[in-house]
Design a binder for this molecule. Structure first.
Ligand SMILES: Cc1cc2nc3c(=O)[nH]c(=O)nc-3n(C[C@H](O)[C@H](O)[C@H](O)COP(=O)(O)OP(=O)(O)OC[C@H]3O[C@@H](n4cnc5c(N)ncnc54)[C@H](O)[C@@H]3O)c2cc1C
Length: 390
């Protein structure tokens, strides 16, 4: 395992840092700043920011130059992710398009799809949703029932998706649709790319306990999409989906560590303000979480080294998901225990604004569900990595 970055990668860090210090608004580092904006405003500001970054050459760090990317190393991508966290840059508005769709289109898209999809994605001009989950198909994705019927050159799509991130702000959705009637489970499914700005598509926001609506429900009611908008072969959507999901892993662990470590320091500060930092139970909790975070840092560098060496992590990626999501959730459970009766307050006696911290504590509940629940990751690890019997 290599714990260092190359001189060329460190040079990239210096260049990026200097651009960030000249271009990132100072307000963004203020705790709670993003909560002062409405969902729509925050979306617009973040979208403009992504376009500016792309114009300055800081987008598609690892994408090949033929697609307008920088052709950088996984190490450069890890540095980029880390520096965005350190600069208090907001998370991307287009995670599903950038992380999943773009590399899949580069790998198996038609020339027309590559031309139409990748450039706009680099500048975040088209925001993509992922239409996998349905009310009856989450962990068991093969149980999906949204149907697509061929009508001339088009598919006509009917059905419902749920928990769709960016449902309300999305422009297009890559959706798993059963296109061969009478087929079951993994067969006869296609991944169709569908325009969300058409009369046959309705997106309704779902309100979360934090008050935000980052996801929603999407209804297809005779929605249409040309058959040429199928990614991969028609009827072979399962294979496309597996390829697409394999792009989730990579270098992001380092940025997660950077972000979680900063949050850890904020939680320690709350413990000090409340005089809870001398409580042996709290100290024990904080020491455990810090150890988990250090394990996350080391594991992330291990993963990065493997990726740099061109090794496919395969099912080991499930262990990474499990590790970061459980460490993050543990961190925020410790926060809740430190707060105790103060958990209902927006502010501490010294004026510390607790609302951004509360929002993180609420958000942490979701991370062991999305992207494959912890139970499912454990099963994959047991069966596919350790070779235990089913
Ligand atoms: C914040 C957030 C954003 C999301 N964004 C998207 C999105 O953009 N697009 C999208 O398509 N989906 C999205 N999802 C949906 C997410 O992928 C599903 O919630 C997830 O796959 C779990 O499916 P489910 O909710 O149907 O739960 P279920 O599959 O019904 O699971 C319920 C419980 O049973 C357990 N369980 C299920 N099967 C097994 C098994 N075989 N063995 C052991 N335990 C099992 C699960 O682990 C879980 O604890 C999002 C979810 C969240 C919370």
């Amino acid at each position: 395992m290599d714990l260092t970055f190359t001189p060329a990668e460190e040079e990239f860090r210096t260049e990026l840092r200097s651009w960030l210090s000249a271009n990132i608004p100072q307000d963004w580092a203020r705790p709670g700043y993003w909560d002062t904006l409405s969902d729509d405003e925050s979306f617009r500001v973040r979208r403009d920011w992504e376009r500016d970054k792309a114009d300055a050459g800081f987008a598609g760090i690892q994408w090949p130059t033929e697609y307008g990317g920088r052709g950088g190393t996984p190490g450069m991508k890890a540095i980029y992710d880390q520096e965005m966290v350190l600069a208090h840059a907001p998370r991307t508005v287009n995670p599903l398009g950038l992380t999943f769709l773009a590399p899949t289109v580069m790998a198996i898209g038609t020339d027309a799809q590559k031309k139409a999809i990748i450039g706009p994605l680099l500048r975040n001009e088209v925001v993509w949703c992922q239409g996998f989950s349905e009310p009856g198909a989450g962990s068991d994705l093969a149980a999906l029932s949204t149907k697509g019927v061929r009508d001339g050159d088009d598919f006509v799509v009917n059905g419902q998706k749920v928990w769709t991130t960016n449902a309300v702000h999305g422009d297009r959705i890559f959706a798993m649709v059963r296109t061969e009637p009478g087929t079951e489970r993994h067969r006869g499914i296609s991944m169709l790319m569908i325009d969300m700005n058409q009369p046959g598509v309705t997106a309704r926001p779902l309100k979360q306990m934090s008050g935000a609506s980052e996801f929603g429900e999407v209804f297809f009611d005779d929605a249409r999409t040309p058959a040429t908008e199928c990614l991969g072969e028609i009827g072979d959507g399962w294979r496309t989906a597996m390829l697409l999901l394999s792009f989730e892993r990579g270098a992001s662990g380092i940025s997660q560590y950077t972000e979680f470590r900063r949050q850890y320091d904020e939680i320690v500060a709350v413990a000090r303000t409340l005089g809870r930092d001398t409580d042996p139970v709290v100290r024990n909790d904080l020491a455990r979480v810090l150890t988990e975070l250090e394990c996350l840092r080391l594991h992330s560098m291990h993963v990065l080294t493997q990726v740099e060496q061109g090794r496919d992590l395969g099912f080991e990626a499930s262990m990474t998901k499990l590790q970061w999501s459980e460490a993050f959730q543990d961190l925020w459970e410790v926060y809740d225990r430190i707060l105790g009766e103060h958990a209902t307050l927006d502010e501490l006696p010294d004026g510390t604004d607790l609302r951004p911290l509360h929002a993180q504590a609420m958000w942490s509940r979701s991370v062991t569900i999305w992207g494959g629940s912890s139970q499912v990751q454990r099963t994959i690890t047991a069966e596919r990595v350790l070779g235990l019997p089913r």
